[in-house]
Design a protein. Sequence first.
Length: 274
Amino acid sequence: MEGKKEFINGIHIYYEEYGNFRAAHTIVLLHGFLSSSFSFRMLVPYLSRDFHVISVDLPPFGFSDKSKTFHYSYKNIAATVLKLLDKINIQKFSVAGHSMGGQIALNMMSQAPEKIVKGILLSSSSYYARAKRHHILASYLPFFPAFVKYYLGKTGVIGNLNSVVYDKSIIDETMIQGYANQFEDPRIFSALALLLRHREGDLPKEALQNIQTPCLLVWGEHDKIVPVAIGKKLSEDLPHAKLVILKQTGHLVPEEQYQDVYQEIRSFLNVETY
């Protein structure tokens, strides 16, 4: 693994590069909310057998900047990832997004369909409205970042992990510390307040129906965060979509069922003929 940073749209974006740099196909990985490239650590060793893999830390998460001047709308985050890929000379690729990363991936497909061969949506967030006006107004209060810190601290990393996995036995010290690390930087709480303020609603049905990129949707049967019903609705609204539901799996599909996810992606991308 080689971790790198590029200065894009006024901030440093961190990404990791894996696999065969001469592979015929590049796959870009986008993590979910309160996560980072760490969440793909089980899946990457498999994907890197067949693909050139780029895993991006979406701002303000992981090792990417936690700026007070960046605009944290999904549209701008998607545009920033596209600019990063342009800068490192990735012109054609498939994109795989988990949870919030799935919504960023959908925005990328909407903005630059000519660049994206296929999309993989892993328990992708969809159909969420923009935050309520009083929440947006509250984000301007000086103490709001402290409230964000308090709110997230109520459940803690272990509590959050318990809510996103079906098999609790996979939660170990490495996993807990990996998800906790980014919260050691206090700047993330101010950035999260901005993310709440800037985030528009998810792409509406009309925009989804205009996406022509072939998409694979992979869902956990026991997903409590983004239920299977969302996956089914998304598979109906996307014109070229296939939905796969994994049994005994929660929201964190890239970790709980990384081997099955790898096989589904490999089959979908048809590595034999790329």
